[in-house]
Each structure stands twice: as C-alpha cells, then as structure tokens.
Write a protein that binds this ligand. Structure first.
Ligand code: SAM
Ligand code: SF4
Length: 332
C-alpha cells in the first residue's frame, strides 16, 4: 500500500465528506435564506457513500470527517456512521469525526460514542440568543448549548468553530474563549471565505484574524504551538485556560504546502482543493460497476490533478464569490 500521493508529493490521508447539502439553519455567511437544494435523485445513497468512503480508506485515508449542510439532519445518518465505524475497529481508519451545528447533538451524542466517534467540531458564533437567531436565521441557541452539553457528558471531545464577523461577534470572542476554557473545549476562529452567492456583501463581514489576534493578545497569553492537522488552522495555546485556540486564515495566509485533504460532496463530486473549481465526478465510476477497479482508477486520476494551491484574494475580487459553490456543498 503506497497511499495516494499527489503531484506535489503530498500524501492524501484526510477525506471530508458532505453527506447532505441541506441544513436546518441558514447562517447568513453560508447560505441564502431561499436556497435551492439538490434534488434527492442526485444524492448518493448512504450505501454508496459508504462504498466511496471505504474506497478512500483502502487507498490510505486515515481520518474521515462528515460534514454538510448539517450531517445530522440526513435521514438514517447513524447507519452510515455505525457502518464506517468498522474501519476504526480494524485500525484502517484512525479517526471518524463530524462537524455539526449542534442542533441534533442532544439526540445523537450517545449513539455517536457507541459508533466510535470521539470528537466533534461544533459551530457556534455567539453566546447571545438574539444574535444567534440573527446569524443562523433559523437556529435556537438553547438547543445548541444543550446539544453541546449532551456531547460533553457522553464523553465526546468538543472543538468550537467560530466564524469571526466584523461588527457582529468581535466583542464576544473574549467571552467565548472563557466559555471554552470553563468547559475544556478547544476553539478555532475562522475568517469568512468567499464561497457561493449569499444575500449580503462579504466585504462587510470580513474581519482579518491578524487584527483580532492582536486585540486578543491584550487579554490572553497566546503562544504559537507546532500542532498541525494538515489543514488551514494554525494553533496557539491559551496560557490562562490551558486550551488550544486555532486561527483559520485562508485569505491572508497560504496553507497549501502541507495540505493532506480532499473533499467529497453528497453527489459524489470530488474537490481536490477548497479554493478551486476543478473537480472529479466519482458517481459515474461508482455506479459503472460493482467491482472497484473503475472507481479506484477515477480516484487515482483525480488525485493526480490536485492543484498546488488556492486563489482566494478578497480585495482583488470585490464582493463576488471566489468559487461559485456554497460552503454547504463541500462542508468547509
Ligand atoms: N452545518 C455544520 C456546521 O455548521 O458546523 C457543518 C457544515 S458548515 C458549512 C462547516 C463550517 O463552515 C462551519 O463552521 C461554518 O461556520 C463554516 N462556514 C460556512 N460558510 C462559511 C464561509 N463563507 N466562510 C467561512 N466559514 C464558513
Ligand atoms: Fe447550516 Fe452549517 Fe451552513 Fe450554518 S454553517 S447554514 S449550520 S451548513
């Protein structure tokens, strides 16, 4: 087994899978309120998703993250998660995780632990109920906080993902670092990325994390640490809380040289880079034959086209999106 090595010598060991483009929230930076979702007929069945994920695991993926849309609103999602858990038992897969908005966590936390999931990323941009409704349009803060506590009690490690938004939650980040400290959660701050048409001008929301970090350093002792996941986050240790604080800054930093990941959509389209439109269709080869040769060849061909890097530059492009698809398609 040699694994999947791209043309720039990077081993692809991490697959993110968007299991649905649907969501029970309509976060303003992510979706338009009136979104058109994919027709159900275009979406891979759970069995097909299992087969695709298993092919990637056979080819060297060690870490699998389910995302969306909201992964936990897909009907019967636990059957996929339980089934993928078999690769944890054999040791072929090292980690099965998900990124969730938290709305369904109270219901699923125990089942997730049973299936072998040990960590979840939960997106939370504010601790203020009114602001929460404003930013998610359809979400309720209480429900998410209950979900987070249920996950904690079930024994899941939690990382909070917070999108930093100008004039929205800038003044709350200190409180959120405190909240994460009190609950033993790590936290990652995310810069807004220009993905997909939304209802607003993105340059209004854009808050450079370099600025925010300078401000945070007045209150917190942030020490850079070498912890890396192969993704765009750079981590610090927060002296006062003992927790990690990550910064995801795709627009101001280039993080591509260590990239270990590819992203699969719920229709079986593989994106080799979050910031590029180039993609490979794996649904046709998946459905072409029950044997895996055709699928394996399609995966190899796609990895052979993984680009060197992304091309996000918010200032040069004005407020239009860099790539047309929404974050809910590839799941971040
Ligand atoms: N629904 C789940 C959730 O919210 O965690 C999973 C999918 S969501 C698309 C994954 C992450 O992408 C979330 O943390 C969300 O805040 C982030 N996100 C969505 N749109 C974004 C954008 N335009 N720029 C930066 N982050 C974005
Ligand atoms: Fe849904 Fe997550 Fe997008 Fe919010 S960020 S609309 S929760 S997919």
């Amino acid at each position: 087994m040699t694994g999947m090595i791209d043309p720039f010598g990077r081993a692809v060991t991490y697959l993110r899978v968007s299991v649905t483009d649907r969501c029970d929230f309509r976060c303003v930076y992510c979706m338009a309120e009136d979104m058109t979702f994919l027709p159900k007929s275009e979406i891979l069945s759970l069995e097909e998703l299992d087969r695709l994920c298993s092919a990637f695991i056979r080819k060297g993926v060690k870490k699998l993250r389910l995302t969306g849309g909201e992964p936990l609103v897909r009907r019967n999602i636990m059957s996929l998660i339980r089934s993928l858990g078999r690769h944890l038992e054999t040791g072929d897969l090292e980690e099965l995780t998900l990124t969730s908005n938290g709305s369904q966590l109270a219901r699923f936390a125990d089942e997730l632990i049973d299936a072998g999931v040990r960590r979840v990323n939960v997106s939370l941009d504010t601790l203020d109920p009114d602001r929460f409704e404003a930013i998610t349009r359809w979400g309720k803060l209480d429900k998410v906080l209950n979900g987070i506590q249920a996950a904690k009690q079930a024994g899941l490690d939690i990382k909070i993902n917070t999108v930093a938004l100008k004039n929205f939650n800038e003044d709350e980040i200190d409180r959120m670092i405190e909240f994460c400290g009190e609950n033993a959660f790590d936290m990652t701050l995310i810069e807004t990325m220009p993905l997909g048409e939304i209802d607003q001008d993105r340059t209004d929301q854009y808050l450079p994390l370099s600025q925010l970090r300078e401000r945070l350093e007045k209150n917190w002792t942030l020490t850079d640490i070498p912890f890396k996941t192969g993704g765009p986050a750079r981590y610090t240790d927060v002296g006062e809380t003992g927790r990690k604080l990550g910064f995801i800054t795709p627009l101001t930093h280039n993080f591509c040289e260590g990239c270990n990941r590819v992203r699969l959509t719920c229709t079986g389209t593989l994106y080799m880079c979050l910031g590029q439109d180039d993609a490979a269709d794996l649904r046709a080869p998946l459905r072409a034959s029950e044997a895996d040769e055709v699928l394996d060849a399609a995966i190899d061909e796609a990895i052979g086209r993984k680009p060197k890097g992304h091309d996000f530059v918010i200032e040069r492009r004005g407020d239009g999106p860099a790539v047309g698809r929404h974050m809910s398609v590839t799941g971040g």
